[in-house]
Ligand binder design. Structure first.
Ligand code: ZN
Length: 255
């Protein structure tokens, strides 16, 4: 009972605050701590998920790179986009808006891409399934719907193939990558994603340059200043231990 009285009293007072010229002695007596705080609850649950396949070793060479988009033929439901590894000036790029400097780098690097690709990068970078310090990512919509602005909904599946250069041999390693998520989750998305992953892996293995499945040892991006400049394509890598240029795959020369 005393709680109800307090609630009504404070609610009524707050609207009339500026004009409240009641005797000062009256107020302190009325303000008492409630026994229990009545809280309004707010919540947002974001759900991001993804899958990657084993790697497929490809015969290296400049032509292998241009084969990547063809591995999504028959599966792509929108335009196929190629996202190159990021050069060193974007080494801090992160899709987190509360970190303005990282977010600006991310937007500067990716504003040119389609809504499908940007959504895919937010999901797959957030869960660490792709790393543009060394991955080349080839992306499309694989299942589900986009809204009127072209952005995939939470149950849409996006992805494609990601490739990097094996630091030991210089071969190109390609893996299938799919992701989905947002404000919600649907029961059958995981199963559809697994089927799509298998479909993409089949396409990779069917490619004329494929040499077979291989264990993936992803390069470890260094936290330091990074930076070797490729003598072949001019790419300044953020990945200081790279043996091969993340962009063109040629051997980096060390000074
Ligand atoms: Zn290069």
């Amino acid at each position: 009972m005393p709680l109800d009285f307090l609630k009504r009293r404070t609610a009524g007072d707050s609207s009339a605050q500026p004009a409240d010229t009641a005797p000062a002695a009256k107020l302190p007596a009325m303000i008492t701590l409630p026994e229990e705080v009545v809280a309004q609850e707010y919540q947002l649950k974001l759900y991001y998920a993804g899958k990657t396949s084993e790697g497929v070793r490809m015969k290296a060479g400049p032509r292998a790179m241009s084969e990547l988009p063809s591995m999504l033929h028959g599966l792509a439901r929108t335009e196929i986009e190629v996202v190159d590894p990021l050069p060193i000036e974007f080494s801090q790029a992160t899709p987190v808006i509360a970190r303005p400097s990282e977010a600006m780098q991310w937007l500067n690097a990716h504003h040119v891409h389609s809504p499908v690709t940007r959504h895919a990068l937010v999901v797959l970078e957030s869960i660490d399934a792709v790393d543009l310090a060394f991955d080349t990512f080839v992306c499309t919509l694989l299942d589900g719907e986009v809204d009127t602005s072209g952005y995939p909904d939470y149950s849409a599946i996006v992805g494609g193939v990601a490739s990097h250069w094996d630091e030991a041999t210089g071969d190109m390693i390609v893996r299938a990558v799919v992701g989905w998520g947002g404000k919600g989750v649907r029961g059958d998305t995981d199963r559809i994603a697994a089927k799509l992953l298998a479909g993409i892996l089949t396409n990779i293995l069917a490619n004329q340059y494929a040499l077979g499945l291989t264990a993936i040892e992803r390069p470890v991006p260094a936290a330091g200043r990074g930076g070797l400049v490729c003598a072949h394509c001019g790419f300044a890598s953020a990945h200081e231990r790279a043996f091969y240029c993340p962009k063109c795959g040629m051997r980096l020369l060390r000074g």
